[in-house]
Design a protein around this ligand. Sequence first.
Ligand code: FAD
Length: 277
Amino acid sequence: MGSVPVFSFEFFPPRTPEGKAKLRAAWQELARLEPRFFSCTYGAGGSTREGTLETVLEIRKAGHEAAPHISCVASTKKDVGEQLALYKSHGIRHVVALRGDLPSGIAASGEFRYANELVAFIRETTGDWFRIEVACYPEYHPQTRNAADEVKNFRKKVEAGADAAITQYFYNADAYFRFVDECRAAGIAVPIVPGIMPIGNFSQLARFSDACGAEIPRWMRVKLEGYRDDAASIRAFGLDAVTALCARLLAGGAPGLHFYTLNQAALSAEIWRRLKL
Ligand code: FAD
């Protein structure tokens, strides 16, 4: 790639005053590391609309770049258009555009089926105002029927106007390198930044991973399970394994790293320090 790596940190909108205070301390600590940007997730159907914007505005007010996510599942074009207009009115020029997931059992009603339609809508209605990041899946999205479709569907988002992509997290660097090679062969030229999930809690990680189709390699799962509720050993092992993953990704040409912080600064900051970024 040759260009300066892009580092970013992702948060979710807190629901309680304590959560807000915790997040504020976390982003303030991480801001000292001078990442390129922060981002904040957006609940499917707009369920966290206010919290997402509030978080982004608080971080931006302190002089840092922050991008809200926006999802389209169960939304009308009017809803999404209004949300984009609101972001624009605050001078926000960077979004992460996703389809989103509805809680199981709830049927989707809305005017968008896939994220490529959202990206196209953003470009049609706001031109080049926003830098648009999209998601992609080196270990395949749970609903993807075959590997070739993953690349084809990702390419639709790029053809619709996405500028860059952030991957779902993974612990197998080869899956990422292979996926990037396949994307390049298919003519996808945008930066593909690995999403990194630090490991602090094994049962939570196992739950997330089952839901989103990310694989915890057996050697890691067996080690982590063996620590049971020994939080210090889980943390120490997780830091070693994830730092080694990040180092390998960067050495292999990854254009940056995007950390899923879960609103905690400590693990991401420690990985950052160990990488000597
Ligand atoms: P899509 O790109 O639409 O893909 C969804 C599935 O449909 C895939 O299996 C794909 O292969 C298939 N597909 C895509 N396009 C087509 C097409 N045109 N025809 C047929 N099949 C197609 N969720 C939230 O609710 N809020 C967030 O803030 C949020 N942030 C995220 C950030 C990142 C970096 C990542 C990786 C995920 C995030 N998610 C978020 C989760 C995301 O919403 C889910 O993974 C969701 O299931 C898919 O979203 P997508 O935008 O990748 O969808």
